[in-house]
Design a protein around this ligand. Sequence first.
Ligand code: SF4
Ligand code: SF4
Length: 498
Amino acid sequence: MKVTTSICPECHDTVEAVIFEEQGKMLIEKTCHVHGTYRDIYWGDIPSYYRFDKYLQNGSGVAGNTNRNNGGCPQDCGICKEHKTSTILANIDITNRCNQQCPICFANANVSGYLYEPTMEQIRDMMAGLKNQKPVMCHAIQFSGGEPTMRNDLFQLIRMGKEMGFKHVQLATNGKKLAESVEYCSNLLESGLKTVYLQFDGITPEPYIATRGFNALPDKLKAIQNCREAGMPIDLVPTVVKGINDHQLGDMIRFVASNIDIIKGLNIQPVSFAGRIDDVQRNRQRITIPDVMKQIEDQTDGMITADDFYPVPFILPLSHLADAMSDINNVQFSVNPHCGSGAYIYVDEKNNLIPVTHFVDVEGLFEHIEELAVEVKAAHHLKTYFRWKGIRKLSKGIKQHVDTSKVPDGIDFAKMFLNLLVDRSGNSTKVFHRKMMLVGIMHFQDLYNIDIERIQRCGVHYALPDGRVIPFCTYNSLYRADVEKQFSKSLNLNTIAV
Ligand code: SF4
Ligand code: SF4
């Protein structure tokens, strides 16, 4: 049993919570002295809860922050000294307008009745704040909404992000605008966009009708084709709801495999519930990370197993080694292990799915990388000599942990992986991802399952017009409505262009 802190879904007061085992699952329970007791599934499987738990670590937070947190986390949130991870990916909501009216959406001007649309100058200031973060600079931003393609100055915003030095600029979109023309997708690419994060809930019309209120699949397929013709890389992003589209997880992975030339990953988001929801519906639709991993195992006939997935902080040794070998502080993927997991899958010529874990002893390899990081750091005063020595040792270590008899034909995995780690040109990243798919799962929290241990290590943040930076799950659970109202413009609903 673990004691933590959570939020009352009714009054949003901070309350004590416990995470405990029951009937094969980990549950979270909390009691508000006014509104009673709430119980939810925290993690749908006990062994993998503990397998992941051992990777819990702190990263660097954000220094020189606003030092709010007067009411204790997560009240009065806005990166404070308690926070344990820097901004790995910053969301900038550039509008709450949308060209769809999905019933499940929490960020739509048509529903909220006000227009949130920061000016170009405000967005520039938000980006400047992110670039100035210390000790780790934020390198990645995502334009989100609403539907960011509703803004006519989107290309300028992307260009501005690139000019200000962000290495990675991505766009979260429903794809409707991208489905209209190849030219639009080409303009995105030319402006400097790295990835289209395309909302994609399944490979048949039914999930869209259930969650979006209409069949959006034709738009998705057209958007993918247009991106292909423009050369604009895509990640697909399904929101997974039990009973709605969880039976299509295997099909979605196969869909990515057969479009690996342009789709590089599947980022699965188990549903988080916006606002209040009754127990019956919540229990019917709740799905957690281990449930998704198990469904993937079942629906790929064991080609990909639940054990092929590792939690996000598993890759922390890469940050430690990068820190040791350079003079800068690198991004540390220290988010809570129960927030997200991932598996790298090689797609061979016949579209077979081969998890990297089938030919790499990943645990042995990452232990080796951690040991090397400690060694290089200790000898850092000998800088250049040890950098090269470190690379030689890294190369040897990678080779030791790759089983060449099992590596798919036609790839030199050890070389590809070494280049990915030591060559910062970006070309090695492209080569690595040519036939490699990342299946990621991130379970955003809601008012029912929110856990302070998770939000304090959050690395996905929102930048706000007043300079605050707020972790994603606190923002969407507790702050979005107030922030948007505070910075909204007056709105005549009849004038919204949808
Ligand atoms: S979530 Fe992080 S930034 Fe927000 S109050 Fe808690 S520790 Fe501070
Ligand atoms: S966005 Fe939510 S689920 Fe993702 S790392 Fe942050 S707290 Fe965890």
